[in-house]
Design a protein around this ligand. Structure first.
Ligand code: UDP
Ligand code: MG
Length: 309
């Protein structure tokens, strides 16, 4: 049995050495053979240098290095595409997900004979109130909107087996929302509760802008409800328009003399309907944008270098 540990890294020079150490300590205690597959997502610091040194000393360390920064989900995708394990664990480089939890995941996998053991965050240390709150509501709203049910408070930290890896490698959609796709695949999936720690060092590589983009990817790839909402907003505004037109018509017939055209109501209506139209076009645009990405069929990442692979 071979266990692959997939770790995406973007500018992680401050933590990567420690991550290697902690992962190796855990791996020494298990009976499987293992590989530590680091995906360098176009880091601009010394991450790749440090990783290459580690790879020269330890053949368990394998590296995929991108030609530029393609993003976290692409890095994880490359890891899954290129790992050799019968089982694989996806784990962040910053030690927020403690490597020791992998042992619990392996234990649960064996006991339950599960295909996926996903980490559920019981507690999250050292994250801003804003991040906690937005993350909490994001997962719950997405569940309401989507046709597939996702476990809440779950990131990409998880153990997957060969069936899931092969299934995933057959999915060719761009802009992947990996945690959603894995849930979507089915098989037996069980939770593993753990406490998410503070980042070991360095700062988050997920600023608000990236978080929003990520949330939009999740929503767009698993729900058509925004489109339906657009239709209902259209229906609602037509109804409001009809009622208003009728009121105007009747008052013009009943009191032709006293009828004054109201400037305020016209402005109100222009803003209201204009807003609904722009919103609807925007929603359409997002979906068309996704189609555009699929149609161009560009690869999700470009590998510049492979070490020990
Ligand atoms: N990451 C990456 N590419 C990116 C952004 C992040 O490979 O463009 C990696 C990063 O090195 C880390 C993981 O993805 O291993 C999660 O990122 P981070 O810890 O910054 O996110 P947070 O935990 O703050 O949501
Ligand atoms: Mg982190």
């Amino acid at each position: 049995m071979l266990l692959s540990i997939i770790t995406p890294c973007y500018n992680e020079e401050q933590v990567i050495q420690e991550t290697y150490k902690r992962l190796t300590e855990v791996m020494k205690t298990i009976e499987y053979d293992y590989e530590l597959l680091f995906v360098n997502d176009g880091s601009k610091d010394k991450t790749l240098l440090i990783l290459s040194d580690l790879a020269a000393q330890d053949k368990h360390v394998k590296i995929i290095s991108f030609s530029r920064n393609f993003g976290h989900q692409c890095a994880v995708t490359a890891g899954i595409n290129n790992c050799n394990g019968d089982l694989a664990v996806i784990i962040d480089a910053d030690l927020q997900d403690p490597p020791e939890v992998i042992l619990d995941m392996l234990e649960i996998q064996r006991k339950e004979n599960a295909s996926v053991v996903y980490g559920v965050r019981k507690k999250r240390d050292g994250e801003s109130k804003f991040k906690l709150l937005t993350a909490k509501y994001f997962y719950r709203i997405l569940n309401k909107l989507s046709d597939v049910q996702f476990p809440v408070d779950t990131g990409d930290f998880r153990l997957i087996d060969r069936k899931i890896i092969d299934g995933f490698n057959n999915l060719h959609e761009k802009n992947k929302y990996i945690r959603g796709l894995v849930s979507w695949m089915g098989y037996k999936q069980v939770p593993c509760f753990y406490e998410r720690k503070e980042r070991f060092a360095g700062e988050t590589k997920y600023p608000l802008k990236k978080m929003l983009k990520f949330a939009a990817t999740g929503l767009l790839s698993f729900s058509k409800k925004p489109l339906k909402m657009a239709v209902w907003m259209g229906v609602l505004s037509v109804l409001i328009g009809l009622v208003y037109a009728l009121t105007v018509l009747i008052s013009k017939i009943v009191h032709p003399a006293s009828f004054v055209v109201g400037w305020t109501s016209i402005i109100f209506i222009i803003i209201f309907f204009g807003g609904i139209q722009l919103l609807t076009i925007g929603i359409l645009g997002e979906y068309i944008g996704s189609l555009f990405d699929e149609a161009k069929d560009r690869p999700e990442y470009i590998i510049a270098d492979k070490i020990n692979l």
